[in-house]
Design a binder for this molecule. Sequence first.
Ligand code: SF4
Length: 921
Amino acid sequence: MSAKNRPQKPWSRRSFITTAAMTAATLAIPGCSRKDKPALSMLSGDFDPLRSYPYRGWEDFYRKIWTWDKVVRSTHSANCTGSCSWKVYVRNGVMVREEQAADYPRISQDLPDYNPRGCQKGGCFVEYVYGPQRLRYPLIRTGERGEGKWRRATWDEALTLVAEKLLDNVYNYGPDTNTFFSVIPAMSPVSFCAGSRLANYIGGVFLSFYDWYCDLPPGEPLTWGVQTEACECADWFNSKYIVLWGSNISQTRIPDAHFAYEARYNGAKIVCISPDYNSSATHADLYFQINPGTDGILALGVARLLLEQNLIDVPYVKEQTDLPFLVLSGTKRFLRQSDVEPKGKEDVFYLWDARQKRAVPTPGSMGSEQKTIQLNGVDPALTGSFSVQLANGKTVEVTTVFEMLKQELAQYTLDKVASRTGLPAHEIELFAKELGTRKPAMIIHGAGTNHWFHNDLINRSFILLVALTGNVGKNGGGFNHYVGQERVWPEHGFFQLAFPEGRKKQRFQNTTLWSYVHSTSKDPHLYNGKPIDWYIQESVKNGWMPLWPKGGRKPRAFIVWRANYLNQAKGNEILESSLWRDLDLIVDINYRMDTTALYSDVVLPAASYYEKVDINTTDCHSYVHPFGKALEPLFESKTDWDIFRALAEKMAELATKKGLKPFHDDAFDWNRDFTQLAHDWTGKGTILGDEQAANFILANAPETKGMTYQQLQEKPQRFVATDPEAWNSDIEDGIAYTPFKHQLEKKRPWRTLTGRQQFYIDHPWYLELGEALPTFKEPVAEKYPLYWNTPHGRWSIHSTWRDHRAMLRLQRGGPIVYMHPDDARKRGLKDNDWVRIYNNVGQCVCRLQILPGEKPGRVTMYHGWEKYLGFQQGGWQSLTYIKIKPTQLIGKYGHVNFRLNYWGPTGNNRDIKVEIEKAKV
Ligand code: SF4
C-alpha cells in the first residue's frame, strides 16, 4: 500500500500537541542539530490534518470563487478621468468580480507604463450593479417629486407618456422648451450620442456641463483659444519640476499619481500648494499651506520675481506670446491695422522691431496672411514706449503688453504676497528660482483653484508662469489641467454621431446661465456698480451668449441621462423650488436611484457600465478602450442607445397615428417630419445598435483610423494620429503626448485673435473691469467666517459610489465636515458632534470630524453626497448659489465666442462662506 492510499489516523488536539512538543524537545537536544536532521523525520507520516476531515466540499466552494464562464472587458464612466480597462468575470449569469486588465501597450521603455490602472471604486463595481440603489423597471411618480412614491410601468406606457409630452411641447410651445442634459461624452460617447441625436432631430436645447461643473478652466480658451489641452499623465515623468496646484492627485488621480511620484527618481522635485496638508502633500519637496483664495497673488508675485531676476525665456516670450504686441497708451487697445491704414483689418496687430525701429505687423494673427508665427529676422522690443502715426495722421504713443505687465506686477511685492498668502517670503523666492531654472517645469492644476469665482484670472496667472519660463509646448512642461474627462479624442467621428445634422443646426445652451435665469437664483453682488442681470441682458442682446427658450418662455420638459443634475447643482434647493417646479416633465435615465431620479416624474432604467457597448477615452492617457456587455442589461433595463431609439420610434409612431404635419422650425428653416424620426435617428437605418455606433465613431476619426470595436475588446489601442483641426500636437511613437508642439516646433499660430498665447484681452468689459491683464482679485466678499470647501474626494466619483457599502466603510459612513481643532475649540465643538452649517442661502446638518490637516478658517466636505444620504437637514449644495462672472459672458471677440463646453460662465462654488454651530438633534 502506498503512503498516499494508507488510511489516515485521525488527529486529535492531544496527539498534535504531543507531536509538536516532542519535535520541539528533540530540536532542543544538544547535538541534534539542523545538520543531522533527525528530528524532522518525526514529522513525516500522518501530519496532514486536512486529510482527516470528513467533509472537503468547502474547499471547492473557495476554489469556485475564482472560476468563471466568461470574461468581458469593460470600464466605468462616472467622469473620474481614469479611463481604466477592466476585465469583468461572469459565472452562471452573474457578474462575480472585476480585475484590472493591465495590458495597455507601453509607450516607451524610458517611461513608466499605465499598468495596472484602477481605483478602489472600480474594484467593487460588480457589487454596485446589484445594489439596492439599482433601477430595475420603468417608474412613474405617484407622490410629490422627491417623496419616493412610484408605480411600476411598462416600457410602452412610460415611453408613450414621454413621447406625447415632447411632441406636444414642440407643436404648442416650441421645440426649444424641450431640454436635454448629459455630461462628458468621452466617458461613454455612444450613450451620450443616443440622446444628443434625438435633441438634434427634434430641435431640443442641449445643455453644457463642463463649464457648469466649473471643470472648464476659462483661462485656457482666453489665453490659448482651446477648451482644455493637457499632457497625458506619462509625461509627468519627463518633468523636473512638478507643481501640484489645487490638485490632490493621490485622491483624485489615483491611477496616475504614480507618474508624478516616480518622476522624483528621474530628478524631479515636487511642490504642493494647497490650504490643507493632504495626501499628495506628503510627497512634496516643498509644501505651501496657502491661505484659501490667494493662489492668484502667489502666481503674480512669482511672475514678478521671474522678471526681476531675469529668469524668463526671452526668445520664447518674443515668439510665442503676445507680450511684445503694441497697445495704444490712451485707449489701452491693441494697435490694429485698422488704426494705421484706411482699410486696415481689425485682427492684424503690431510689434516694435528693435532693428528697424518701427512698428511692423505681427505674422500669424487671425487676420494675417502669414500662417506662421516665425519672426523672420524681426526682433520685437519687449519694453519701452514708441510713437506711431495713425491713419488719421495723428501721432500717438504705444507701448508693449510686456511693459504693461511689468507695471501690473510691480504691486505684488514679496512682503505683500507673503503676508496675503501666509507663506514664508524666502520659500516664495526659492519657488520662483526653481521654477525659473529647473526645466522642464509643469503645473498640474485641479479643481482646488479652478472652482473660485475668479478662476479665469487664476488660470491666466498660472499659465503666465509657464509661458514666461518657456515651458508650454514641451514634454514635461506646461499648465496641465485635469478636472473632468471632457475631451473626446476621436472628436470628428463623435460629433458626426452626436449631431448628425451638424452643430450649426443645434440649439446649444450654457447651463450656468440657463439655470440662473430660469430659477429664482439671485447674486446680490455688484460688478463695477452694476448687477449681474445687467451684464446677462447685454450679453444676450449682443448675441454673445444664447438663452433658450427665447422670448421669456420657460423650459417645459427636461431629460437627464448619464448625469445627476439636481444633486450637483449650485444652490439646488433654490432650483428645486423654482426651475424644477416650473418643469412639466422631468425624465431621468439612469442605472441607479440618485437625487435627480428621485425628484423626477419618469425614471427609465438604464444598463450599467458592464451591460453595454461603448468606448472610453481621457486626457490622462492616449488610448481608447471599450465597455463590453458582460451580461445583457439586467432586469428590465436597456442601454442608453436602445432607450433613445425606442423613444424615437415611439415619437414617430405617435406622429403617424396623430397625422402630425412636419413642424417648420424657423430658427433653422427646417421641416421636422416626426413620422420619419426613427428613420432619421438611426442614420436611415445604417446605425441600429450600439456596436455599430461605436464603430461609426472609430471609423470617422483620424485618431482611431483602422480600429474596430472588436479589436478594442482584445486590448486598449493607442491613438494613431491626431486631427490637425482639433489638436495641437501629433501622436508620436515612443513619446508621451503633450500639447502645443505645433505652435512651438512647427510655428503654427495659436488659436487666438493674436495668434499667440494671449495674455492681454482688450475687450471693452475686460478693460472696464480691470482684467485686460492677469491680475489678482480677492474672493467674492461673504459675511461668514469659514470658507465652504467641497472638493472631489477619494471614496466616490462625484455622487457615484457615495452609497457603496465598501466605500462607506472606509470613512465614517455618512456626510462629515472636516474642521481644524482651533476652529472647533473656539465653537465648543467635539469630534463626531452633529453640527449645523449655515449661511444666508441655506443650511445642512451633519457630523463633524476634527482634522489637524485642515486649514483654520476653512471647512471641507467632500462633495457628491446625495441629499438623502445621512444629512439630518439639507445637503452640501444647500449653502451654495450661482454666481456668474461678467467677463465670462463676452463673445464675438476674436477667439472668444460661445461654444458648448468651451466658453461660457462657469458654475464656481469656492467663494462661499459659512458658520458652524452645534446642532440640536
Ligand atoms: S472608477 Fe475611474 S479611476 Fe476608478 S477604476 Fe474605474 S475608470 Fe479607473
